[in-house]
Design a protein around this ligand. Structure first.
Ligand SMILES: [Mg+2]
Ligand SMILES: [Zn+2]
Length: 241
């Protein structure tokens, strides 16, 4: 039986946020104030749709965006971690659940040759249209009140694990590696055997710490990390058990 590794993308696999990183392609590397101010809480995908339209209208082309995206640094120790997972693929299944988009994630995984590490990527579907604009759609609709309207990572995870079970794949445990506010929902639903791995100093770790102080119950264990190399040590410990 395998362990399921769930990765967030922005600020977890890569050491920045792809949606804000892409702004360096804009003229003077910034967005007009009206566009910046047009973001409404919970409607990030719509906002990014407007950003991509603006970049397209300003003549920013696909290859330019791709070049910017693949210049994003990986988080410390992440390349080592992904190589470790590849070498131990018989012990791990590995998925990404991200609020970025399919084009950005494909570019990054392809450029670094990491596509084979991941069994599936769940993210907002994106594509370039005939006029060269990048368009992005929301991943799904859901009724979770804690998550942005385009993506509840817990719903995605529960569906994936359910489908795997129907195929006869049962995981010994889930290890969830993330950093952000939208990783809180899936992490709080993890079970006794599972492990939440929040990145040290980021929103997910801060929220879990606050919940712990408020004595809010959580079944999974919590192991925080600063480098992917620390995650390797922990996974080595898990697969030796
Ligand atoms: Mg993140
Ligand atoms: Zn949710």
């Amino acid at each position: 039986m395998k362990i399921l590794l769930v990765f967030d993308f922005d600020n977890t696999i890569i050491d920045d946020n792809s949606d804000t990183w892409i702004v360096q392609c804009a003229p003077e590397k910034k967005l007009p104030i009206e566009l910046q101010d047009s973001y409404k809480k919970g409607f990030w995908t719509e906002f990014m749709g407007r950003v991509f339209k603006y970049l397209g209208d300003e003549g920013v082309r696909e290859d330019e965006m791709k070049r910017a995206m693949i210049s994003m640094p990986f988080t410390p120790g992440m390349v080592e971690l992904l190589n470790f997972i590849r070498e131990n693929k018989n012990k791990f299944d590995c998925i990404i659940i991200s609020d970025s988009n399919s084009v950005f994630i494909d570019w990054v995984l392809e450029a670094a040759n990491f596509h084979d590490v991941f069994d599936q990527v769940f993210t907002n579907p994106a594509a370039f249209d005939s006029s060269g604009h990048l368009t992005v759609e929301k991943y799904h609709t859901h009724s979770c009140t804690r998550c942005p309207q385009n993506l509840c990572k817990n719903v995605v995870l529960v569906e994936f694990v359910g489908e795997q079970l129907q195929q006869g794949v049962n995981y010994t445990r889930i290890v969830y590696i993330g950093d952000g506010g939208n990783d809180v929902c899936p992490v709080t639903f993890l079970k006794k055997n599972d492990v939440a791995m929040p990145r040290k100093g980021y929103a997910l770790q801060k929220t879990l710490y606050r919940m712990c102080q408020n004595l809010e119950p959580m079944e999974s264990s919590v192991v925080s990390w600063s480098s992917g190399v620390e995650i390797i040590s922990y996974l080595q410990f898990l697969i030796k058990e």
